[in-house]
Design a binder for this molecule. Structure first.
Ligand SMILES: Cc1cc2nc3c(=O)[nH]c(=O)nc-3n(C[C@H](O)[C@H](O)[C@H](O)COP(=O)(O)O)c2cc1C
Length: 196
């Protein structure tokens, strides 16, 4: 069966650093013949979560916009690459709106302290990645931990996380062969996990 890997980019910048990092993470899956799809959340109309609790007893958000399309792509994928640049110490607003709407991908069947993620037990695995301009770790804020905790909460198995510090100009990350190699290694680990 053909394995599918989906990348979800929180940046709107064409040929930006997040895009380059994603390509390196996807490279081993691409080389192995997996079906690849790359999307940028900026290309989808995803509004803010209103906290209406309309998803309380279903896996579906009741707001009718492009969110369901993205969830359908996740449903169909075996592996996910979830990546965002850092905007003010966190993920971009496109990524944050998407994550908030994924509130519909968790359910609280017993009490509010325990939840189950829609993808729990599905074997769906993911790599998270975060980029920022400054070279100190503190400038990354919670970008990487947010992407990782979120992925785990919705039931995905996070096989690796990649952080890229010190990249400003679009595509400047391409000069860092060591980092891109590290990203490829994370991508290889993801693909090997999916093959099992
Ligand atoms: C609105 C905005 C806020 C940003 N905030 C931060 C920040 O808090 N820390 C940081 O190191 N870089 C920050 N940056 C820089 C970006 O994270 C950096 O340029 C990154 O490489 C952009 O990724 P991209 O090329 O994929 O869009 C910010 C950039 C923008 C446009």
């Amino acid at each position: 069966m053909l394995l599918k890997v989906l990348s979800i980019n929180g940046s709107r910048r064409k040929n930006g650093n997040t895009e380059c990092l994603i390509q390196s993470i996807l490279a081993p899956s691409k080389k192995a013949g997996a079906q690849i799809e790359s999307i940028s959340l900026g290309g989808y109309d995803i509004g803010a979560c209103t906290g209406c609790e309309g998803c309380r007893s279903s896996w579906e958000c009741i707001i009718k916009d492009d969110f369901a399309q993205v969830v359908e792509k996740i449903d169909e994928a075996d592996g996910i690459v979830l990546a965002s640049p850092t905007y003010w110490y966190s993920v971009t607003s496109d990524m944050k709106r998407f994550i908030d709407r994924c509130y519909s991908l968790i359910q609280f069947p017993v009490n509010r302290k325990e939840w189950i993620g829609k993808y729990q037990g599905t074997g769906k695995a993911c790599v998270t990645a975060a980029i920022c301009e400054q070279s100190e770790e503190s400038a990354l804020g919670n970008t990487l931990s947010l992407l990782t905790d979120f992925s785990k909460d919705i039931g995905m198995d996070v096989s690796d996380s990649v952080k890229a510090l010190g990249f400003f100009e679009a595509g400047s990350i391409k000069a860092d062969h060591y980092l891109l190699q590290k990203a490829e290694t994370a991508g290889k680990k993801l693909f090997d996990r999916l093959k099992r």
